[in-house]
Design a protein around this ligand. Structure first.
Ligand code: GLY
Length: 370
C-alpha cells in the first residue's frame, strides 16, 4: 500500500543525545496520522519482524481493529475494563504470544485505551525479555497520557499499576479518527490530562485550552492541542524518564484526584479518571494559591472551566477522613508523608510538597464550597 505523505507527519524524531539516556531509549517516535491504517502499514513495511500480533479489548477489537486492515496480524483479545488490567489477562496475552509462536523478533500492536496500552506494553516488555511494540491509542486519555512516556503495567493486590516496567514503544500512532466516535464524558476525561499539561507548561498553551469549545469539539483544533500536549509530556519524560524528580509534575491533580477516584469507586458511584483528576486539580490549585501565591485570576478561570464541564464532585465532610486515609496509600508518598506538586504560576513547578491533614481538609472545603 502506498502512503499519502500529506496525510501524516513525523512529530518526534529527537536527536540521539536527547532520546537516549544510559543507552535506554526514553522517548518514542510519534506519528500523527488522520488515517492510522495507512500510517501503520507504511511503517510496518520498513520494519523487520517475523510475526505480528495485535492486542485489543473486546470493544476495540470490534470497533477499531477492522479500521486497521491488519490481515497478517494474529489477534489477541482481552476483556474490557480496568478490572481486567490483571495478572490473569497478562498471563492470557503471554499464552497467546506463546501459542502463536512469537519470538524475540515478533512485534505486538496495542490497539485500545490506556488499559490495553499499559498491559500490552508490559506483556511485550517481559515476553522473552522483551519484544517490540507499537501503541495505537483509541481514547483521548490514552493519546495524551498512557500511550506515551514508557510506563507499562498491571493492577495487583487491589492496587493500581502496582507491577510494571518502564519500556518505550517503538512507535505511537496518534489519530483523531478514533476520537470522532468518542463520547462526551470520555473526551472530557482525556481533556483533564491536557489541562494538567497546560497548567504545568506555559500560559499560551493553557489559554488555548481554556478557549477550546469542549461541548462542540473541532477535531483539527483538538489535534493541534493534542500535539502540543504530548510535546509537554515528552519534554518532561526526556528529562526524567524514571520519575526521580521533575516527572512528578505529571502527577499534578492526581494526589487528591486518585483518592477521589477510589472514594467514588468505594461508594458505588465510579467516575472516569479524568473527572477525578479535574476535581483533584481544583484542590491542588487552591493549595497552590494559598501556599505558593499562584495567581487567583488564573485559578478562578481554571476552576470555572472545570466546574462547567465536569460538574461537582458529590462530597460530604464526613468523607474527609476516608479521603485522608486513601491519600496516605499513594505510592508517591515518602516516609508516610503525603506529597504533591504545587504551582507558583503556570509552568512554575514545586514537586514533593508535603500536605498536612489541615491542608487537605482546606482543599476539600474549597472543592465542596468553592
Ligand atoms: N501519567 C503520568 C506519567 O506518565 O508520568
Amino acid at each position: 500500500m502506498t502512503a499519502n505523505r500529506s496525510f501524516f507527519a513525523f512529530y518526534s524524531r529527537q536527536p540521539c543525545h536527547f532520546s537516549y539516556l544510559c543507552g535506554m531509549k526514553v522517548t518514542q517516535d510519534i506519528l500523527f496520522a488522520q488515517d492510522a491504517a495507512t500510517a501503520l502499514t507504511e511503517w510496518l513495511t520498513q520494519q523487520q519482524y517475523d510475526r505480528l500480533f495485535v492486542l485489543t479489548d473486546e470493544t476495540t477489537g470490534r470497533l477499531c481493529l477492522p479500521m486497521l486492515h491488519l490481515d497478517e496480524a494474529q489477534p489477541i483479545t482481552i476483556a474490557a475494563g480496568d478490572v481486567n488490567k490483571s495478572l490473569e489477562s497478562l498471563s492470557g496475552v503471554w499464552q497467546a504470544l506463546s501459542d502463536g509462536k512469537a519470538t524475540r523478533k515478533s512485534m505486538l500492536i496495542n490497539l485500545g485505551g490506556g488499559m490495553v496500552t499499559d498491559l500490552g506494553g508490559f506483556a511485550a516488555a517481559t515476553f522473552k525479555r522483551g519484544i517490540r511494540f507499537v501503541n495505537v491509542p483509541t481514547t483521548l486519555l490514552a493519546q495524551v497520557d498512557a500511550s506515551v512516556g514508557g510506563k507499562t503495567g498491571i493492577n495487583f493486590n487491589g492496587l493500581k499499576n502496582e507491577v510494571g516496567t518502564f519500556q518505550t514503544a517503538a512507535l505511537v500512532i496518534i489519530s483523531t479518527s478514533f476520537l470522532q466516535t468518542l463520547d462526551g464524558p470520555n473526551l472530557c476525561s482525556g481533556y483533564a490530562e491536557m489541562l494538567k499539561h497546560g497548567l504545568i507548561s506555559d500560559v499560551d498553551h493553557w489559554s488555548q485550552l481554556m478557549q477550546f469549545d469542549l461541548d462542540h469539539p473541532d477535531l483539527p483544533t483538538l489535534q493541534q492541542l493534542v500535539r502540543r500536549s504530548i510535546e509537554v509530556k515528552e519534554d518532561i519524560v526526556r528529562q526524567d524518564p524514571h520519575e526521580a524528580g521533575i516527572r512528578k509534575a505529571l502527577n499534578f491533580g492526581h494526589t487528591l484526584g486518585h483518592a477521589l477516584e477510589s472514594l467514588a469507586m468505594e461508594t458505588g458511584h465510579p467516575v472516569l479518571h479524568g473527572y477525578a483528576v479535574a476535581w483533584g486539580m481544583i484542590g491542588e490549585l487552591y493549595e497552590s494559591c494559598v501556599r505558593k501565591g499562584f495567581p487567583q485570576d488564573k485559578m478562578r478561570q481554571t476552576v470555572s472551566f472545570i466546574r462547567e464541564h465536569y460538574g461537582e464532585m458529590p462530597l460530604d465532610c464526613k468523607q474527609y477522613d476516608r479521603i485522608l486515609e486513601l491519600m496516605k496509600h499513594d505510592k508517591k508518598n515518602v516516609g508516610g508523608q503525603i506529597l504533591c506538586t504545587l504551582l507558583s504560576d503556570i509552568g512554575q513547578l514545586h514537586i514533593n510538597e508535603p500536605l498536612s491533614k489541615e491542608d487537605i481538609f482546606g482543599m476539600l472545603d474549597f472543592l465542596r464550597e468553592g
